[in-house]
Design a protein. Structure first.
Length: 259
């Protein structure tokens, strides 16, 4: 049995099958990418996995347990973190504070509950110091030191996307769902992101599900690729194999992909 799997997942909106009987398994520490044209159902799958939508049918299995029916915060506590296609950060808070918010599910005493008692650090203060140390490690890892105290709203778009990756990483997830993390990034930023995603897998032992339109990134980073169109599976396999599948070329990649 796969470490993580979706089994016969389906959901309809207004009679339209957005996701139609989708199944796949992901191995621990794998980078598993989902590709397809706009509107093919990729982000809907992430919304089903993370509990934003409840499927009409099917299961989402992690460590042998079905997550369907759990709320998004309960699913996050099982070890699933995600980024969004449209950035979901607090623009009027600093990078540091946004990453601290990513620690919230690991906190017992509240996000900013630090206080001192009789000249000693309270349990709340000690906990906050621990979480700040974890966040500082992520800031160093993603090379965000120069912007750690800046408001997120003042950052370039590509840098904000990186902060969102950092906030997901701050949850200490078993699985990260990355929804088009390179959107809005320039070539150099994309190259750096590719390295960071590989390092997240290696250094943090995180299994990664990736939705991405940049095929160079997909080909260079993925262990396996799942291709879909109009809510249905086209094929699944090694990146080069999927890239050359005639239905994938027809639906998504264009004729130049076979050259």
């Amino acid at each position: 049995m796969a470490y993580f799997s979706v089994e016969n997942l389906s959901i309809s909106f207004g009679g339209l099958k957005a996701v139609n009987d989708i199944s796949f398994g992901v191995e621990q520490n794998e980078i598993f990418s989902i590709i397809g044209p706009n509107g093919s159902g990729k982000t809907t799958i992430f919304n089903l996995i993370s509990g934003i939508y409840r499927p009409d049918a099917g299961a989402v299995i992690l460590d042998g347990k079905n997550l369907v029916g759990k709320t998004p915060d309960r699913i996050a506590k099982t070890g699933i973190a995600r980024t969004f296609q449209n950035i979901e950060l607090f623009a009027n808070a600093t990078v540091m504070d946004n990453l601290m918010l990513g620690r919230h599910i690991n906190m017992k005493t509240g996000i900013f509950g630090g206080a001192f008692m009789f000249g000693k650090r309270s349990p709340a203060a000690r906990e906050e110091i621990h979480h700040r140390e974890k966040v500082e490690q992520i800031i160093d890892f993603l090379e965000l030191q120069s912007v750690r105290d800046q408001f997120v709203g003042s950052l370039a778009y590509g840098k904000r996307k990186l902060v969102e990756v950092g906030r997901a990483l701050a949850l200490e997830p078993k699985i990260m769902l990355l929804d088009e993390p390179s959107a809005g990034m320039n070539t150099e930023e994309k190259d750096d992101l590719t390295i960071w995603i590989k390092d997240i897998r290696e250094d943090y032992k995180v299994t990664i599900l990736l939705i991405e339109h940049d095929m160079n990134m997909i080909m260079g980073i993925s262990d396996r690729v799942f291709a879909m169109n109009q809510g249905q599976k086209i094929t699944m396999g090694a990146p080069q194999e999927v890239q050359r599948h005639p239905e994938v070329i027809k639906a998504y990649l264009g004729e130049e992909a076979i050259n």
